[in-house]
Design a protein around this ligand. Structure first.
Ligand SMILES: Nc1ncnc2c1ncn2[C@@H]1O[C@H](COP(=O)(O)OP(=O)(O)O)[C@@H](O)[C@H]1O
Ligand SMILES: [Mg+2]
Length: 736
């Protein structure tokens, strides 16, 4: 090729220039692109010199370090590494120098104090002597990571330590994992979990609950409810159940809290609340609840009734409106309440209508969250009644203790509940002994006596009078006028009785002496009338005696003996007729008795009867009419001989009964006298003998009576009879 023409040269240069221009434009474009990338890049791009001074930095870098670019370029990275460990820095530099590249993390502290985690990569001497570094703020990622790791740890902690049971199960309800608490409350081992499904613990009736929770989960990710569970051991429990769907790849998590106790408590609480309401509304006592200022918050119907005001009024009142500070008991009650927070007292309250009432109340502070509960009851009536009762009881006591009759209260088993002093005296016991006794066994001590049961026998008639004979503790027979009132009270009966033994005896004696007086008057009238003709008859009979022929001697004897008999009757009659020839004087009863026995000796021997006399101790003389005494002894000893036709022994004992009285005791061994006949002894003309007069005992009784003495008889059928004659020793006797 030849030398280029100038033109050709110019053209070549031009085209060269164009090419360069284009190239330059391209390069500029490229540069522009890089600049844009440099500045727009999200990561910070920084060029450092070997002293780590900022040589260039893009916008992201400015943002990262929160500095204007000009400011930043005057700094070194070291200015921001105050908190970064120096050794670490040295280590990283070492690696960069050695390997030429480095990817690491640092922590920078900005001027405003903020800390940033930076992830960076660096290239040593990327531009001449300059290093290139690309940095990214990973603070938030770091934070997240840290949070995540904390969360994870926390979850693990929670999962295992949670007091609630936590269970993880799959979409089929199969158990996957569970914490200790769950295993414990479901009585499971951790390694058994996978062989169970949630359903296995739930009764068919309740399985809908699980199904409900599925459908709820489908809608809202969360389901909650009570789950009644039956464990393998059969124990039933209630769990509060919260389940969350999809916690981890399609698994479900449920938190189960054992609320069995809570539920039972709740139901108990409900019950007791209902009970309280019941009590509150239906109580027969007034119930008032008031707050700390005394304002009445709640009151029942009875409260309105007791305070005599409508409910609305009551609920506007304060408790102090009703209290009466004038009541002397008020202050002490108030102090007591403030001090102890509870009280039971009686106080006077006044009602809005002016009325005063004595109310018994109990009050308690701090119930129902700081409120006061007061229950009141009207005791005005009770106090009045008590007073009346006390009065009537006092009256009763007075009657009971002062009565002349024995009064006994007894129950249906005849146990004595109360006995008055007179009753104790009748039964010859102390008041205390009485109360330990049984009335029935007291009355029917005598086994021969047929006991009868008032409670049974009197069932129809509630009241009845009866004469009861009972044997006293000392074996004496006593007669009681007994009146009974059944069912005075429930299981309480009343017996009123009077000892009429003495009165009975007196009546008996009175009756006898009545007849005696009549007979006596009669006797006085006729005795003399008969005696005189008798004397004549006897005289003539004696005259006739010699001239009576043998044929008639039998008749004559009959006449004679009958005359003697008439005479004896007359003689006995005359005693009754108070013959004139009586003079009382001191006489030895021993002497009289001896003389009498001598008189009767012949008859006794004839009947093979032995008469025995014993004196016990010193026997004083007594004031008496000796012939009459002799008559008495004859009558009684004769009777005794007569009841022993085949012989026997008549014992007579003379002794002092006590310091005042002499006792003559005459016992035979005859057939005795039956009980019913015993009473008749001494009645005029009562005799059981063919030829008896029935006057002997009557006369004897009369005589003893006139001597202020007494005759009693004891007899046992088949064994014998004893007559006791008691006479006052020393003085006595009636004047005639
Ligand atoms: N020791 C006695 N033992 C049994 N019976 C007696 C005894 N003493 C009296 N009697 C009864 O009392 C009755 C009345 O006695 P009494 O007045 O002496 O009349 P009399 O001897 O004439 O019958 C007697 O008939 C007898 O039945
Ligand atoms: Mg007789």
């Amino acid at each position: 090729m030849g030398p280029l023409t100038e033109e050709a040269q110019i053209a070549r240069l031009k085209s060269e220039l164009n090419r360069l221009k284009n190239e330059n434009a391209d390069l500029n474009k490229e540069l522009e692109k890089h600049k844009i990338i440099f500045n727009q890049a999200l990561d910070a791009i920084i060029i450092f010199d070997q002293e780590m001074n900022f040589i260039d930095a893009n916008e992201a870098a400015c943002l990262l370090f929160a500095e204007e670019r000009e400011v930043l370029l005057q700094h070194s990275l070291y200015d921001y590494l105050a908190l970064f460990p120096h050794e670490e820095m040295v280590r990283q530099r070492g690696i960069l120098t050695e390997k030429g590249v480095l990817s690491e993390e640092i922590v920078i502290k900005l001027k405003n104090g903020q800390l940033k985690f930076i992830e960076f990569s660096a290239k040593r001497k990327a531009f001449g002597d300059y290093d290139l570094s690309i940095m990214r703020d990973v603070s938030s990622k770091k934070l997240l990571e840290r949070e995540r790791s904390i969360n994870e740890k926390m979850f693990q902690d929670l999962f295992h330590r949670a007091p609630d049971g936590i269970v993880i199960y799959d979409a089929h309800g199969r158990l996957v994992d569970a914490n200790t608490s769950f295993c414990q409350s479901f009585e499971l081992q951790k390694n058994q979990l996978s062989s169970y499904r949630l359903k296995d613990f739930i009764d068919k009736d309740n399985s809908f609950k699980i199904e409900n929770s599925w459908s709820l989960l489908a809608k809202s990710e969360k389901a909650k409810g009570d789950l009644p569970v039956r464990l393998k051991s059969g124990t039933r429990k209630i769990f509060e159940f919260t389940t969350t769907a999809n916690v981890m790849n399609g698994y479900f998590m449920a938190i189960m809290r054992d609320i069995t106790d809570k539920r039972t408590m709740e139901s108990k609480l409900n019950k007791s609340e209902a009970r309280f309401r019941e009590v509150f509304e239906n109580a027969m006592d007034a119930i008032v609840i008031w707050d700390h200022s005394g304002k009445i918050i709640k009151a029942n119907e009875w409260a309105a009734k007791i305070f005599e005001m409508p409910m609305e009024g009551l609920l506007k009142s304060t408790i102090t409106d009703f209290l009466d500070p004038e009541d002397p008991r008020y202050l002490s009650a108030f102090k007591h309440y403030v001090k102890t927070g509870s009280i039971r007292r009686e106080l006077r309250f006044h009602m809005p209508n002016g009325q005063c009432k004595e109310l018994e109340f109990t009050s308690k502070a701090n119930v129902f969250g700081g409120q006061h509960l007061t229950i009141l009851r009207n005791v005005s009536d009770r106090i009045r009644m008590e007073k009346e009762l006390r009065q009537s009881e006092e009256k009763f006591r007075e009657i009971f203790n002062g009565a002349m009759e024995g009064i006994v209260l007894f129950d249906s088993e005849y146990n004595i509940l109360a006995a008055n002093p007179v009753s104790a005296k009748i039964f010859d016991m102390t008041h205390e002994q009485m109360k330990e006794c049984n009335l029935h066994s007291l009355l029917f001590r005598d086994e021969n006596e047929l006991p009868f049961d008032f409670l049974l026998d009197y069932q129809e008639e509630a009241e009845r009078k009866e004469e009861i004979t009972f044997l006293s503790r000392h074996g004496h027979k006593r007669v009681l006028d007994f009146s009974i009132k059944l069912n005075l009270n429930e299981n309480m009966h009343l017996a009123i009785f009077r000892d009429v033994t003495e009165r009975k005896e007196l009546e008996d004696r009175l009756r006898k002496s009545d007849t005696l007086n009549v007979v006596g008057e009669l006797a006085a009238g006729i005795a003399h009338e008969i005696r005189n003709p008798m004397t004549a008859l006897k005289g003539f009979i004696q005259l006739l005696e010699g001239s009576v022929k043998d044929d008639f001697s039998m008749y004559f004897n009959v006449i004679k003996s009958e005359l003697t008999r008439i005479e004896s009757i007359i003689t006995e009659f005359l005693v009754l007729a108070k013959p004139q020839a009586v003079h009382f004087e001191q006489n030895s009863i021993v002497k009289i008795m001896k003389e009498t026995m001598e008189l009767l000796n012949a008859q006794a021997i004839f009947s093979n009867v032995q008469l025995e006399l014993r004196e016990s101790g010193e026997i004083p003389s007594i004031y008496c009419e000796p012939n009459q005494m002799k008559q008495v002894f004859i009558n009684i000893l004769k009777n005794a001989i007569e009841v022993m036709p085949n012989g026997g022994m008549v014992k007579t004992i003379l002794k002092m009964k006590d310091s005042q009285n002499l006792c003559i005791q005459i016992s035979d061994e005859g057939n005795g006298i039956p009980e019913d006949k015993l009473k008749r002894l001494g009645e005029p003309f009562y005799t059981t003998k063919d030829r008896g007069t029935g006057l002997g005992l009557m006369v004897s009784y009369k005589i003893i009576e006139e001597h202020c003495g007494q005759v009693t008889v004891e007899s046992e059928v088949g064994k014998g009879t004893t007559f006791y004659i008691t006479l006052p020793a020393g003085s006595g006797g009636t004047d005639t």
